[in-house]
Design a protein around this ligand. Structure first.
Ligand code: SF4
Length: 342
């Protein structure tokens, strides 16, 4: 896969050989700066690296400065319909996300581009199958090709204004169409790609859709930053995004818990311990693998591979550290003993 252009979003570089960055979007009212800042802090702590806020009104644009000054990850302003909000947001945001299809005519888009140039920030062209330009929809239907044509048209427009500080996304709620659109676009362009499945659903169905969609593209070397969209708290989006990148061994963050599926041989409540452990360790940044295994069938092998392992025994359980058994623990000591070791 050919490398993409490197683009800077505040202090985070994406594209080229940079790590795939995790982003999310706040669910607070952006104009409620305190609530928005608080949510961004929580997301930062979980590993969110770029945060997007919706800017639906001037009140929201007016608090971007305050938000920016109180957070330490890059801030992206998401604007639809009103080019004036984009121009105002460019003063403080580290990136603008616009859907040129709904920003209006050429002159308005030019003014947004001029503002981005003035403040040295990139623009993401966010194509969405649900809001394609009517002529493209008519010509190609609601297809991946229509999405790609929309993106190419808007890229060309920005390039005509001598602007190449561009990121592109081509989102649909249909996983297959999304994958096809990104693949097609990446053959035709070198701009970095923001991956996501839009309106992907609740935490259960959305995690599956995003893992398949984002995951299969990443496996082919396509994608420079990801956003998992869930109808849930953005905290969950960040956690799922981290898991996708970690499962593909593209990044390693914090603790990964490997747990057996349990069966009649399990000597303790594997599922409960694994869940508790994930919760206890979600803010730890050090890459540590922990295997929680119910019995001695596959347990020793997995426990030896991991940094820390627990293998269920009859009354006490074996505690592995770096492949060696170092002690035995009771069920109610498992969590504490692992946390101490970490
Ligand atoms: S490790 Fe043991 S308890 Fe866990 S699934 Fe395998 S056989 Fe069952």
């Amino acid at each position: 896969m050919k490398p993409t252009k490197e683009i800077k979003i505040g202090k985070v570089k994406i594209g080229s050989n940079n790590p795939i960055a995790i982003q999310s979007m706040t669910t607070t009212l952006t104009s409620d700066a305190d609530a928005t800042i608080e949510q961004i802090h929580e997301l930062e702590e979980l590993g969110c690296e770029i945060i997007r806020v919706a800017v639906p009104d001037i009140e929201s644009a007016n608090v971007l400065k305050q938000i920016k000054e109180n957070i330490s990850i890059p801030l992206v302003a998401d604007i639809h319909f009103d080019y004036k909000l984009a121009i105002e947001s460019a003063k403080y945001a580290d990136k603008l996300r616009i859907n040129p299809g709904n920003i209006g005519d050429r002159e308005k888009i030019k003014q947004v581009v001029d503002a981005a140039k003035q403040y040295g920030i990139p623009i993401r062209i966010g194509v969405n199958l649900g809001s394609l330009e009517k002529d493209l929809e008519k010509k190609y239907g609601l297809t991946p090709l229509a999405m790609v044509e929309s993106a190419m048209r808007n890229v060309k427009l920005l390039e005509e204004f001598d602007f190449t500080n561009i990121i592109v996304s081509l989102k649909a709620s249909d996983v297959i169409k999304t994958i096809q659109a990104y693949k097609l676009f990446s053959q035709r362009s070198y701009y970095p790609l923001h991956l996501g499945i839009t309106e992907s659903g609740t935490i259960f169905s959305g995690t599956i859709a995003s893992s398949i969609g984002i995951g299969s593209l990443l496996l082919e070397g396509i994608g420079d930053t990801i956003r998992v969209s869930l109808s849930d708290k953005p905290h969950e989006e960040v956690k799922v995004a981290k898991q996708i990148l970690q499962a593909l061994k593209l990044r390693s963050f914090g603790v990964s818990v490997i747990a057996c599926p349990t069966c009649a041989r399990a000597n303790f409540d594997v599922s409960l311990i694994a869940k508790q452990l994930e919760k206890e360790t979600e803010k730890i940044k050090k890459p540590i693998s922990i295997a929680i295994m119910g019995c001695g069938v596959n347990g020793p092998g997995e426990a030896k591979e991991a940094d820390i392992g627990i293998v269920g025994g009859k009354s006490e359980h074996l505690f592995y550290k770096k492949g060696q058994i170092i002690k035995k623990v009771k069920e109610n000591e498992i969590i504490d003993s692992i946390m101490k070791e970490i």
